[in-house]
Design a protein around this ligand. Structure first.
Ligand SMILES: [Zn+2]
Length: 327
């Protein structure tokens, strides 16, 4: 099963980071036209995770994607990473974003992706928050280590039903491929730009599950400028050291020249579904179930009311694996 997703955020990010340069807006509009024409030509429907704010600032973009038959998912309200928010802040952010998107398209939003895949060991409550906001499917888990977290203890990169505090969400993680024993990603964002076509092609062809994720900016051939310290700290909410800014600069620029043609070739060779269709086709009875616990839960269970909030440890347990197929 191959799943095709896009994170739609560029106009908002451009306005908040750079004030909204007309030529950049034009680039995003043109890439959106090009991309939608490609998907239409291939008869593909993707899941487009949109910012709640985009529904307010560019409702035409969100409606256009919806009317073209793409699933509209939620990508937070203003692109704040979930691991930088408290549980209450994350709940408020998700509620506002889902409401804005639902009002924009007149339909329920049931799929979600956190900015920067910011769901992991430090915020297992995120799954409960998403379920409380009506989200049924999540695509926020990066099941390997990465610069900004990742969720390595999730295990292998396959879909699972994740439960926290009695609330469950169907998880569609980023897909990884083993390279010399190390789990790597090659089907999204900067990784897709960096890996050669032959490598991506064989990784997708040889896999039962592929999650592709792109931003419009990943597909535009251009030179991004290095962010200033202020811009970096405003956006990434961490120290804008020269090393951090240089790493981000390299990630943003390398491999942009061939990205769109690689995507064209990939979509010509493989069939892709959106998340909603993938959910319907998935044999969930045969998928693993992951129950997450925090140390707070464990203290409460074992000692009848512990209140140590300093450290939260996640225990991942496969509690059930059924191989019988549902009728
Ligand atoms: Zn994003």
């Amino acid at each position: 099963m191959n799943i095709l997703t896009f994170d739609i955020e560029e106009w908002y990010i451009e306005r908040t980071l750079h004030g909204g340069r007309v030529e950049k807006y034009r680039q995003f509009d043109e890439m959106l036209d090009r991309l939608m024409a490609l998907l239409d030509e291939r008869g593909l429907s993707a899941t487009c995770f949109c910012l709640g704010k985009l529904a307010e600032e560019r409702p035409d973009v969100v409606r256009r994607l919806h009317e073209a038959g793409h699933e509209i998912g939620c990508h937070s309200n203003i692109h704040t990473w979930l691991n930088k928010l408290s549980r209450e802040e994350a709940l408020a952010d998700t509620r506002v974003a889902v409401d804005a998107l639902e009002q924009c398209i007149g339909q329920k939003v049931k799929s979600y992706r956190a900015p920067a895949f910011s769901v992991g060991e430090s915020n297992p409550w995120a799954f409960e928050v998403l379920a409380e906001c009506g989200i049924e499917r999540d695509a926020s888990v990066f099941p390997a280590s990465r610069d900004f977290g990742g969720f390595a203890s999730y295990g292998t990169s396959e879909p699972a039903v994740v439960t926290y505090n009695g609330r469950s969400v169907k998880e569609f993680p980023v897909s990884t491929v083993s390279v010399f024993g190390r789990q790597m990603v090659c089907t999204g964002g900067g990784y897709f730009r960096l890996f050669p076509w032959w490598f991506i092609r064989s990784a997708v062809a040889g896999s039962d599950y592929t999650m592709c994720y792109f931003h419009l900016a990943d597909l535009i051939q251009e030179d991004h400028t290095m962010l200033s310290r202020e811009e970096y700290e405003h956006y990434f909410k961490e120290k804008g050291t020269l090393l951090n800014r240089t790493k981000r600069y390299i990630k943003s620029n390398l491999g942009t020249s061939g990205a769109f043609s690689k995507l064209q070739r990939l979509l010509a060779e493989q069939r892709f579904e959106n998340l909603e269709t993938a959910d319907r086709q998935m044999d969930w009875q045969a998928k693993k179930r992951i129950t997450l616990h925090s140390s707070l839960d464990m203290n409460n269970n074992q000692m009848g009311g512990g209140n140590d909030l300093r450290v939260i440890v996640v225990t991942v347990a496969i509690t059930e694996r059924a191989y019988t197929r549902c009728a």
